[in-house]
Design a protein around this ligand. Structure first.
Ligand code: PLP
Ligand code: COI
Length: 341
C-alpha cells in the first residue's frame, strides 16, 4: 500500500471514487450488520422512497493528515448527532452514533492511500448518507433504508481557493418557514440548484439566501453559513431556525472566544446592515472559511473593506487557527480530534 499518485495541490472539489465504502441496510425494524464494499454502484427498486419522494439525508466531514503523519477526523461525533436529527425530521430510523463513528474510522482506514498528505492543501472528504430503499407509492415513509459512506479527496470548494467571493442576493428561497432548512436533507439542495445555476450564469460565485418569511434578514448560502466581522473586530453570526447548524461555525465561535479573545454575537442580521461590516466569510466543511469580498443586491454593491484581493485579517486568523487545530499544529480543545491511524 502506498499513497496514490495524485497531483494533490491541484485537485478540485469533485468526486473521485476511492477503493472502499461502507454500507448497512435497515429492514424489519432494525439495522443489519454493516460491511465494506468495493462496489461504488447502488441498485435499488424503481419505486424506492428516495426516487419518488426524496427521503434522504446526508453529512459531510473531512479526514486530515497531521504534521506528525497521523490521520484524524474533526468532531465526527457532531456529524453523527446531526444526522440523527435529520433522520428524525425525515421520519427515517436513526443510524446509531457509535456505529457512525466506527464506520468513519473503517472508511478512512480502508482508503488511507487516498488521504492527501500534510501541507498539500487537499483533504479527504467523507460523505455519509442514508436513503429510503424500500418501495413506496402512497406518500409515506419507507420500511427499508440504506446507510452508506464513501470518501473522495478534495481541494478547495470554490475555484480560486482563498480569493474573495462575489455573491448575489437570491430571488429564490432555500428553506420554507417551519420547513427543513435546519436539517441536512438532499431536498434542500435540490431546491437550491436553480438559484445556484442562475447565480453562476450571471457571474456570481454563490447566492445569499434571505429569511423565507420576511426576506429582510440574511440566512446562509447553498452550502455554507455566514460569519461577519464588525468594525471593532468582533464576530457576528446570523441567528435563524431555518439555517443548517454548521459544525465549522460552531467551532469557529469557540476558536474566536477561547483562542482569539473575540466577542461573538449570534443575532438576526439584516440585509440592510451588511454595509456596516468590515469582513464577511462563508464557513463549512467544504468551504472551510472562504472570504466574501462583495455582495450584490439587485445592482446595489455591498463591498467589504477587506477587498477583493485577500482575506480580511480577522477571517485569516480564524482560518489559520481552525486549520491549525485540524492539521495538528495547534492544540485542539478536548474531544475535537479523533485519531484514526
Ligand atoms: N450550510 C449548508 C447549507 C451546508 O450544506 C453546510 C455544509 O455542510 C454548512 C452550512 C456548513 O456546515 P458544516 O460546517 O457542518 O459542514
Ligand atoms: C459540506 O460542507 O460538507 C457540505 O455538505 C456542503 C456541500 C455544498 C458540499
Amino acid at each position: 500500500m502506498s499513497k496514490k499518485d495524485l497531483d494533490w495541490a491541484n485537485i478540485g472539489f469533485t468526486y473521485m471514487p476511492t477503493d472502499m465504502r461502507y454500507v448497512a441496510n435497515y429492514k424489519d425494524g432494525e439495522w443489519g450488520e454493516g460491511t465494506m464494499t468495493a462496489d461504488s454502484n447502488v441498485v435499488i427498486n424503481e419505486c424506492a422512497g428516495i426516487l419518488q419522494y426524496c427521503q434522504e439525508c446526508f453529512e459531510g466531514l473531512k479526514a486530515y493528515t497531521t504534521e506528525d503523519g497521523s490521520i484524524v477526523t474533526f468532531r465526527p461525533d457532531l456529524n453523527a448527532d446531526r444526522m440523527i436529527d435529520s433522520a428524525k425530521r425525515l421520519e427515517m430510523p436513526a443510524f446509531p452514533k457509535e456505529r457512525f463513528l466506527e464506520a468513519v474510522d473503517e472508511v478512512v482506514k480502508a482508503n488511507a492511500d487516498w488521504v492527501p498528505p500534510f501541507g498539500s492543501g487537499a483533504t479527504l472528504y467523507i460523505r455519509p448518507y442514508m436513503f429510503a430503499s424500500g418501495p413506496v407509492i402512497g406518500v409515506k415513509p419507507s420500511d427499508e433504508y440504506q446507510f452508506r459512506m464513501f470518501c473522495t479527496p478534495v481541494g478547495p470548494y470554490f475555484k480560486g481557493g482563498a480569493k474573495p467571493l462575489t455573491l448575489c442576493v437570491s430571488d429564490f428561497d432555500r428553506a420554507a418557514p417551519h420547513g427543513t432548512g435546519h436539517v441536512k436533507a438532499g431536498l434542500n439542495y435540490a431546491m437550491s440548484l436553480h438559484a445556484n445555476v442562475t447565480a453562476h450564469a450571471a457571474g456570481y460565485d454563490e447566492n445569499v439566501f434571505l429569511d423565507p418569511a420576511t426576506r429582510t434578514y440574511v440566512e446562509e448560502t447553498g452550502g455554507a453559513n455566514f460569519l461577519f466581522v464588525d468594525k471593532e473586530g468582533n464576530i457576528v453570526i446570523p441567528k435563524s431556525d431555518s439555517i443548517l447548524p454548521s459544525i465549522t461555525r460552531r467551532s469557529l465561535v469557540y476558536v474566536a472566544e477561547h483562542y482569539l479573545g473575540l466577542k461573538v454575537t449570534e443575532r438576526k442580521v439584516a440585509l440592510a446592515e451588511l454595509g456596516d461590516f468590515a469582513e464577511a466569510g462563508l464557513c463549512g466543511t467544504a468551504a472551510v472559511i472562504s472570504p466574501v469580498g462583495k455582495i450584490v443586491n439587485h445592482g446595489e454593491e455591498i463591498c467589504f473593506p477587506s477587498g477583493m484581493d485577500e482575506m480580511g485579517p480577522v477571517t485569516k486568523k480564524l482560518y489559520e487557527t481552525l486549520t491549525g487545530i485540524q492539521m495538528g499544529t495547534i492544540e485542539a480543545p478536548e474531544g475535537w480530534i479523533r485519531k484514526i491511524v
